[in-house]
Design a protein around this ligand. Structure first.
Ligand SMILES: NC(=O)c1ccc[n+]([C@@H]2O[C@H](COP(=O)([O-])OP(=O)(O)OC[C@H]3O[C@@H](n4cnc5c(N)ncnc54)[C@H](OP(=O)(O)O)[C@@H]3O)[C@@H](O)[C@H]2O)c1
Length: 429
């Protein structure tokens, strides 16, 4: 199949199109853009953006609710399965930011349209089997034409992926060595969206469920570091002397660990991978694990044990279709989420410890206020889109680099700087 030529950037009507703008997170992305104020691009012209989704009435209502900051925004109507409408949308946009999920249900035709029209793309999916399919279908074409398709730009998996990359780049800068091992611990306070539960139920019930256990699901061919058992997901509680805390399994680790491993592979110089990476950031036998953090005392140990047992049994139960059917009835539906109060009072903290083969240690921390699945996710994905819309020439690999990328490999330091400027605490020792 011939690789499509990328249409000229100046021909696009919008710099960023927010797809899924009527959804629970989508509405927050519109509010985020409405608050940006008058933003100039490097060429001195103002940033132009639009809301998009399947219902013109809903989009107009969201636009109105977001006040004067949204009054100049465009509105683009395209159902997730209407290919001509999606192609028209992609051809008008420099960058598409999608929050329309479950992505396995509403995302595939949109990504195909973006690749066809050379439109950069970011989203907030955590659906690893779906992304594996995207890699198989589009990585080559997107890489050949310099189009960046970057899933996982929300709470899964920006803190894990950018945090690990920061630890690895600091290890190389300070000690001239690659990281052999990185571990991360998470503490968080937040609610759950109906859309997130719908996505989880969709992939737990799908044919690809068994793929979730593959620790290298997203790795390019030839980049696995066996034995796989060393990379298996954490199931049991453990006391960790680096974190000085009891740790247990983290619910998002089966997503985040796959993303970090893909970054390590994409950022390791080798045949067929980018030439812009000159030093070795991740070691030959690189391993990454992440955990939920409990406190340091005996009660924390008991909590970690109880949590691990609860998570194991709920994951087993969700494999049963009868349990999923009951859950579907009881859980909040799509379009719903935590209250404003809960979203404003949530928080997250991610701590990382990296070690080189020679025993050097680098530590990093990322933290922010606000519900991680909503406030932090909105900030992360909007700033990711703005990296592509406003700072394309500064991104890793320059203008011609593309493919099915990760936040670290596709956005790197530019995203770190933008998130810091947007109030996220990002510190490296
Ligand atoms: N990475 C993270 O940390 C994170 C955090 C939160 C959410 N998420 C993920 O983000 C996704 C959205 O979450 P949410 O809570 O915002 O869900 P939501 O409120 O249910 O929103 C879903 C969006 O999809 C749109 N949609 C549904 N069917 C469509 C179709 N046929 N054509 C076009 N658009 C369609 C909906 O449009 P209508 O309004 O017209 O129905 C709505 O805009 C989920 O997959 C969730 O798992 C990730």
């Amino acid at each position: 199949m011939a690789t499509p030529r990328k249409p000229s950037a100046t021909a696009r009507t919008y710099d960023v199109v927010l797809y899924g703008a009527s959804g629970f997170v989508g509405r927050q992305t519109v509010a985020y853009f409405a608050k940006l104020g008058y933003t100039l691009k490097p060429d001195g012209t103002p940033l132009r953006w639009a809301l998009a989704g399947r219902s013109a009435d809903k989009l107009e209502a969201v636009k109105k609710a977001c006040g004067p900051g949204a009054q100049d925004a465009g509105v683009v109507v395209a159902d997730a399965h209407d290919v001509p409408a999606l192609e028209a949308l992609a051809s008008q946009a420099q960058v598409v930011l999608s929050t329309a999920g479950p992505f396995a249900l509403y995302g595939s035709e949109l990504v195909a349209a973006c690749v066809k029209h050379g439109t950069h793309y970011v989203d907030i999916t955590g659906e690893t089997p779906w992304v594996r399919d995207l890699i198989a279908r589009h990585h080559k074409a997107a890489a050949a034409q310099g189009t960046r398709i970057i899933p996982f730009c929300g709470f899964d998996s920006v803190p894990s992926d950018l945090g690990s990359w920061l630890v690895a780049t600091t290890m190389q800068a300070q000690h001239g060595q690659a990281c052999e091992r990185i571990k991360a611990s998470f503490s968080m306070l937040g609610g759950v969206n109906g859309g997130t539960l719908a996505s989880a139920l969709n992939f737990m019930g799908g044919e690809q469920r068994s793929l979730l256990d593959d620790p290298f699901l997203l790795n390019p061919p030839g980049s696995k570091t066996p034995p796989a058992a060393d990379h298996a997901d954490v199931k049991l509680p453990v006391y960790d002397s680096d974190f000085k805390a009891w740790l247990g399994p983290f619910v998002m680790a089966p997503i985040n660990t796959r993303v970090v491993r893909r970054s390590a592979a994409l950022l390791t110089p080798s045949r067929g991978r980018p030439t812009h990476v000159t030093s070795k950031l991740y070691g030959k036998d690189f391993s990454y694990q992440e955990y939920m953090r409990f406190g340091g005392g005996a009660i924390a140990g008991a909590a970690a044990t109880a949590f691990s047992a609860g998570m194991f049994s709920s994951q087993l139960a969700m494999k049963l279709s009868a349990v999923r059917k009951v859950a579907e009835k009881l859980m909040p539906g799509p379009g719903t989420g935590p209250s404003e109060w809960a979203m404003n009072n949530g928080s997250f903290r991610c701590e990382l410890v990296g070690t080189s083969a020679q025993g050097h240690v680098v530590k990093a921390r990322l933290a922010d206020k606000g519900d991680p699945g909503n406030r932090a996710t909105t900030k992360m994905v909007c700033e990711s889109a703005l990296c592509l819309a406003l700072q394309l020439d500064e991104l890793p690999g320059g203008r011609s680099y593309g493919g099915l990328l990760t936040p670290a490999s596709g956005l790197g330091q530019v995203l770190v700087d933008r998130l810091r400027a947007a109030g996220m605490k990002i510190e490296v020792d």
